[in-house]
Design a protein around this ligand. Sequence first.
Ligand SMILES: Nc1nc2c(ncn2[C@@H]2O[C@H](COP(=O)(O)OP(=O)(O)OP(=O)(O)O)[C@@H](O)[C@H]2O)c(=O)[nH]1
Ligand SMILES: [Mg+2]
Ligand SMILES: [Zn+2]
Length: 327
Amino acid sequence: MAWGVKNNLNQLQALASTISEMASSELLTGLIIRAQSGFFTVLIETTDQTVTCQLRGRLKQGPRLGDIAAIGDRVRISLLPDESGLIEEILPRKREIVRMDPRPQGEYRQILLANPDQAVFVFACANPAPRLRMLDRFLVIAEKQEIPAVIVANKVDLVGQQAAHETFGIYPPLGYTVIYTSVTQNLGIDELRETLRGKLSALAGPSGVGKSSLLNALQPGLGLAVGEVSQAIGKGKHTTNFRQLHRLDIGGWVADTPGWKSLALWDTEPEEIDGYFPELRRLVSECPFSDCTHTHEPGCAVLKAVQQGQVRPERYDSYLRLKAGQE
Ligand SMILES: Nc1nc2c(ncn2[C@@H]2O[C@H](COP(=O)(O)OP(=O)(O)OP(=O)(O)O)[C@@H](O)[C@H]2O)c(=O)[nH]1
Ligand SMILES: [Mg+2]
Ligand SMILES: [Zn+2]
């Protein structure tokens, strides 16, 4: 009898380990394409199936104050009998766009997007007038988070090509691609589509510059709200904290990532900013003082370059403001 019990136990243990092996081998790998209040839509790309998932309890343990999973994350999930899923594992991120959100319990680490391949900053040539200081700030954040940045100058129809190039032409020499677009004239849309092909892109820019219009033009059928409507419900959208990737037929994903405006350069030392301005990066080593602030020092290579016109005064101004911690 004792032998029988022991034998049964052994058999049971063997069975349990077989089952757990089967279970782990049956984990599916997918991409989080939508996140809303603890629910994640995971796309299993091999079968094109989507599964609504929650996080496995143990992932939520520990002293954390921040998002565990986000859109753009690659995850391993297990399927439950009711066809929902559990996220068992989040695969290592190559990059992330992070925002520190002050909350009563402390700073919350919010992940706007995991694994972005590039950031696409959309500004209008007019209506609203381009705010290049904000663009410079976005570029610095992208540099810091090591995300390649592309600039889109939309609404070219309102000012003409020449004026558009006068405004945005300062960026290509710094290494940033600028794509000139007009949704109303169907200009530059193909170029933008090619830039997005096969990549996971974070789209950002002020309200009203035409981000939704561009996405609708790029990907017919998307049906994103444009103009007043979008602005009216925009606030509500943010508070429900719902994030989504839009799929492009040509391959690739685009995420609207509002919130860049409030992305503070939270853990950035003022000296570090030098390295995030491509045109200054190569100059600072030529300054005679290693602790040069590039504001008044005799022989400062940056000041010299500004005076000689090799560094644009607007960019230098953005640099000073960012360094001083101003908007
Ligand atoms: N003239 C002109 N108007 C445009 C162009 N692109 C968009 N618009 C208009 O600009 C307004 C704002 O466009 P949206 O696409 O809603 O802008 P958005 O960036 O998505 O704005 P939010 O969702 O509020 O952040 C709408 O009235 C569009 O019709 C363009 O290339 N030229
Ligand atoms: Mg919009
Ligand atoms: Zn200097």
